[in-house]
Design a protein around this ligand. Structure first.
Ligand SMILES: NC(=O)c1ccc[n+]([C@@H]2O[C@H](COP(=O)([O-])OP(=O)(O)OC[C@H]3O[C@@H](n4cnc5c(N)ncnc54)[C@H](OP(=O)(O)O)[C@@H]3O)[C@@H](O)[C@H]2O)c1
Length: 282
């Protein structure tokens, strides 16, 4: 029987492949016929993700690579393994990102700021820089931004800066890579269920986000994966350099005030000192 699914024969490389967006994106790509390589640091979590994907998609071809997406040598080795699946690379989904946590600007160190830039921006640069030379003409790269790229969040200045930079990177890269027939776009998720964000998904914080979302709920990984699948596939073949929100409409409103959460984390006195511009440690 012939397999005429839209991504049959293609191979996808996914950083953060054991995470929420990574493995749900993998599921959407596998269902349409692609093979995937998942990269993340912990092999046992990757193994779990593979078992879940094999349960969800019959005949799923899932390769794994344990390594750090901030390390170009690890990424090159993972890319070589992905390429070896079928002698081609068609899709890259660069999901690795995150923040050092909610921390007021005046409590951040240089190291905190550097970490935010590295985990969001440098990992995206490395994934793009070393995948493109291996990619088939017509290939697609999908990056993951955040509502923080467009709306200021108290306590997430480094993260917002990195994601804003990522969206600018997507535009610049699209301009340069168009001639090689490679497209690059980004999804800008709102708050959604993930591996490590239980605190934000619990009340009262969860409710404060929902109040700002016209569609009245936070996201599920499938909400984002559907957009990743669209940007990765032939349906978006005339799109490049774009970043769009998938956030229940959150971007139409504003960010919730999470000052109370940071008071719980750092103490009322420290937060008052920060608001006055005179933080405890200068
Ligand atoms: N969840 C949300 O509400 C939300 C909202 C907006 C934007 N985003 C963005 O969505 C992206 C994905 O987040 P998610 O929600 O899917 O997160 P997640 O469920 O926590 O997954 C993160 C994934 O990245 C991997 N990872 C972390 N650091 C890594 C590194 N240095 N090298 C290689 N892999 C690494 C993790 O595995 P290991 O720990 O084993 O490496 C895991 O596979 C991020 O860019 C995040 O900023 C998320």
């Amino acid at each position: 029987m012939s397999d005429n699914r839209p991504l049959t024969g293609m191979t996808a490389f996914i950083t953060g492949g054991s995470g929420a967006i990574g493995r749900y994106s993998a599921k959407w790509l596998l269902r349409d016929g692609a093979a995937v390589l998942l990269m993340a640091r912990h092999m046992e979590v990757l193994e779990k993700a593979r078992a879940e994907l094999r349960g969800a998609v019959a005949g799923a071809r899932v390769e794994l690579y344990a390594g750090d997406a901030r390390n170009a040598e690890h990424v090159k080795a993972a890319l070589a393994q992905a390429y070896a699946v079928a002698g081609r690379l068609d899709i890259v989904v660069a999901t690795v990102g995150g923040s050092v946590g909610y921390r007021p600007l005046l409590m951040c160190s240089e190291e905190d700021f550097r970490k935010d830039l590295e985990i969001n921006l440098l990992t995206t640069f490395i994934a793009v820089r070393y995948s493109v030379p291996m990619m088939t003409r017509g290939g697609a790269i999908v990056c993951i931004s955040s509502t923080a790229a467009k709306m200021p969040f108290n306590g997430l200045v480094g993260y917002g800066t990195a994601k804003g930079g990522l969206e600018n990177f997507v535009q610049g890269a699209a301009e340069e890579l168009g001639a090689a027939g490679i497209r690059i776009n980004a999804v800008r998720p709102g708050l959604m269920r993930a591996n490590n964000n239980d605190r934000l998904m619990q009340e009262p914080i969860h409710g404060k986000f929902v109040e700002q979302m016209p569609l009245g709920r936070t996201g599920e990984p499938d909400d984002i994966a559907a957009a990743v699948r669209y940007l990765a596939g032939p349906e978006s073949s005339w799109m490049t350099g774009q970043s769009f929100a998938v956030d229940g409409g959150h971007e139409l409103r504003r960010n919730p005030d999470l000052g109370f959460m940071m008071e719980q984390m750092y103490g009322a006195q420290a937060m008052a000192a920060v608001r006055s511009g005179k933080p405890p440690r200068g």
